[in-house]
Design a binder for this molecule. Sequence first.
Ligand code: HEC
Length: 107
Amino acid sequence: MKSLSILLLVMPVVMTGTAVQAEIVSPRQAELLYLLKHDCGSCHGMRLEGGLGPALTPTRLQSWQAEQLAVTILHGRPGTPMPPWRPFFTDSEALWLAQQLKQGVRR
Ligand code: HEC
């Protein structure tokens, strides 16, 4: 009984501590990766190593949380050429893309 109450106390902490892993079905993943290369690549470089926009490589993005990057992707950066992608991606798609960028997109 005692161990159960400890478990109940600890569980929410553990759950909020873990980053939410965005889940996207695989045909849509392929679409998003294509878009990342071609649309995002037009500014960030085909290899995401920078162009008009900064490089989106894991090293450069390591100080950002995926959630913060997802907000940038969805809302853009007002006053800069980075456009908002809200019409094209759901919250979890933007988060998934941010996670791909942070871990390094296979190309
Ligand atoms: C029209 C050009 C353009 C396109 C297209 C574009 N970006 Fe950007 N992006 C920028 C610029 C410029 C910045 C830097 C903004 C600033 O000065 O803070 C930026 C910043 C970012 C950042 C923040 C990086 C950082 O270190 O500040 C992320 C993440 C990002 N873009 C992701 C994307 C993704 C994902 C796409 C495609 C869905 C995309 N961008 C398409 C121009 C673009």
